[in-house]
Write a protein that binds this ligand. Structure first.
Ligand code: FES
Ligand code: FES
Length: 154
């Protein structure tokens, strides 16, 4: 039996009827939010990271029904028109993107991290620990940490 759920995605209301076992990742991608990627599908890679009420979650493990009444942010909501978000801009400046498969999930996690730690003293080790759930096979992480550090210093 499907259930009706309503939540916001990037500030817009989304209502859908879903099977209770549907992941938030599958629902988002079915609704056209394909910027959120599926890597492992089992909570290991972080490619599917979105923010739910400002907290990063692996949307492959997060049931769509748990989003009922909540605010979801995906990569599609980060740039305003042609203007990149500060985190997206910093990734670009630091050269933190190669194939880009991990990038939407990493940027959402970095965004939550930067918003949480703005104005605080944060070490590179803290940044690394804060991104431990996101795997990137391309950039080797140094440039990703550089990008987050750059944002926190602005
Ligand atoms: S696809 Fe969700 S953690 Fe890998
Ligand atoms: S840029 Fe390719 S997996 Fe991260």
């Amino acid at each position: 039996m499907n259930v009706e759920i309503t939540f916001t995605v990037n500030g817009q209301t989304l209502s859908a009827r879903v099977h209770p076992g549907t992941s938030l990742l599958d629902l988002l991608r079915d609704q056209g939010f394909t910027g959120t990627k599926q890597g492992c599908g089992v909570g290991e890679c972080g490619a599917c990271t979105v923010l739910v009420n400002q907290l990063p979650v692996d949307s492959c493990l997060f049931l769509a029904v748990w989003a009922q009444g909540k605010a979801v942010r995906t990569i599609e909501g980060e740039a305003l028109g042609n203007v990149l978000s500060p985190v997206q801009e910093a990734y670009l400046d630091a050269g933190a993107v190669q194939c880009g498969f991990c990038t939407p999930g990493l940027i959402m996690n970095s965004t939550a991290f930067v918003e949480k730690h703005q104005g605080q003293t944060v070490s590179r080790e803290d940044i690394r620990r804060g991104h431990a759930g996101n795997l990137c096979r391309c950039t080797g992480y140094t440039t990703i940490v550089d990008a987050v550090e750059r944002c926190l210093k602005k």
